[in-house]
Design a protein around this ligand. Structure first.
Ligand SMILES: CC(C)(COP(=O)(O)OP(=O)(O)OC[C@H]1O[C@@H](n2cnc3c(N)ncnc32)[C@H](O)[C@@H]1OP(=O)(O)O)[C@@H](O)C(=O)NCCC(=O)NCCS
Length: 146
């Protein structure tokens, strides 16, 4: 799949992903700080990924962890700082959500610290019954050292 807007491109082609850029960002992010490159490579290989490109340079990323039939978990959404605030994040997320492999799902989930409004614009709502959800969250799993 491919979506174009002026000099920008969103594609789902795995071979276009710049793992150096993605790892460089996520390794410093608040949610995946310290993620090993090998862990990320395995996650990308097993996800439906969309890269955002300016000309040929990757400037953003989003992925869905999904069975492509019933469920998807949206993760690791970012746009590099220099390109923020011009609608690209919204566009990237809307492209991923419009992907043919993500249609007719029974549930989509995500977790965010502060970007709720971004996702609300794409149809996400606060959990209707948070008491029904449970998690195992190893927040420090990538932390190196004591
Ligand atoms: C979140 C992010 C991808 C948005 O990308 P962007 O290209 O700057 O966003 P857009 O220009 O498409 O606009 C995003 C919209 O969501 C809103 N928004 C709500 N919370 C936001 C947040 N925490 N960060 C950015 N935008 C947010 C904006 O106000 C804007 O709405 P508007 O157009 O009605 O004003 C980008 O800011 C980013 O990479 N942030 C750091 C990583 C991150 O927090 N990722 C999300 C993890 S869940």
């Amino acid at each position: 799949m491919e979506w174009k807007r002026e000099d920008f491109l969103v594609t789902d082609r795995p071979q276009d992903l710049d793992i150096g850029i993605i790892h460089g960002y996520l390794h410093e992010s608040y949610w995946a700080r310290g993620i090993p490159r090998a862990t990320l490579e395995k996650a990308l290989a097993n996800s439906l990924c969309c890269g955002l490109y300016h000309d040929t340079r990757q400037i953003g990323f989003a992925r869905a962890v999904t069975d492509r039939a019933t469920f998807a978990y949206l993760a690791d959404v970012f746009v590099l700082e220099a390109f923020r605030g011009q609608g690209l994040g919204k566009w990237l997320v809307s492209c991923l959500l419009a992907h043919p492999e993500l249609q007719g799902l029974r549930r989509l989930l995500l977790v965010t610290a502060d970007a709720h409004e971004l996702y609300r614009q794409q149809g996400f709502k606060d959990l209707q019954a948070p008491q029904r959800f449970m998690e195992i969250h190893a927040a420090d799993i990538y932390r190196i050292g004591p």
